[in-house]
Design a protein around this ligand. Structure first.
Ligand code: DC
Length: 229
């Protein structure tokens, strides 16, 4: 009997995936790997270079070319990891509204997904990892020992994201956050390749009306339920 070594956490935008995964990874001493940052990094670099986001070929070539590194946090400013592209720290830059408006589109491209999935899988297969995304349990790491799919109502998710951003001093409105979340849900769930959906063997947790601790305890119970080798 053993604890799960590869844990996949998928779910909708702002459903609390990252918070849960980070807590679990800290508790277990596992690597925390948020795969969304890779799609955000490609989007950020494309926008910086004034590339046409609708040009699949150009964006795919970029994704195949750039070197994205995710490392343990080097600065205590609320970040959970350093995100570097070709050596440059872009950790906070990938959280901008502009990146957020374009990242779902970039993540629909098959070639971009292929490049990102290969890198993610390599890291995931090493084990002792809590991996977060949209397609970890279904595509990136289908052999994960434990799969959790996290969701919450759009209102709850928008409120959480709004609170987070206001806390960081960002000038945003609840309505624009909600609209952004609904749009990303729509694109993420309906894309042709690796759409957002729970794996058949995923444990679904609805975090609406639940605090961080409650969701964490629920997930921990799944982890402490030992699996047969
Ligand atoms: O989790 P996030 O908000 O940082 O994700 C940003 C975008 O990246 C999201 O719109 C969907 C996409 N994504 C994906 O398609 N597959 C993943 N494994 C992770 C993120």
């Amino acid at each position: 009997m053993t604890f799960p070594k590869k844990i996949a956490i998928d779910g909708t935008a702002a459903s609390g995936k990252s918070t849960l995964a980070e807590k679990l990874a800290t508790q277990l001493g596992y690597l925390y790997f948020d795969t969304g940052v890779m799609y955000r990094a490609v989007t950020f670099v494309a926008l910086e270079a004034n590339l046409d986001i609708d040009d699949e070929k150009v964006i795919t070539e970029l994704a195949e070319r750039i070197q994205i590194d995710v490392q343990p946090p080097s600065v205590a400013d609320g970040r959970t990891a350093d995100v570097l592209v070709d050596g440059k720290d872009i950790t906070w830059l990938i959280r901008s509204p502009r990146v957020e408006r374009n990242v779902s589109q970039v993540s629909t491209y098959g070639g971009v997904r292929k490049a990102m999935t290969a890198q993610q899988r390599r890291i995931g297969l090493r084990g002792n990892v809590v991996m977060v995304g949209r397609d970890i349990g279904t595509v990136v790491l289908p052999e994960a020992d434990l799969k959790i799919y996290l969701d919450a109502t759009p209102d709850v998710r928008a409120q959480r994201r709004f609170d987070e951003k206001r806390l960081r001093g960002e000038d945003v409105t609840y309505d624009e956050i909600l609209a952004g979340i609904l749009l990303r849900d729509q694109i993420d769930s309906n894309r042709a390749i690796a759409p957002l959906k729970p794996a058949v063997d995923a444990h679904i947790i609805d975090s609406s009306g639940k605090g961080i601790e409650e969701v964490y305890e629920e997930a921990l119970a799944l982890i402490e339920d030992p699996i047969e080798e």
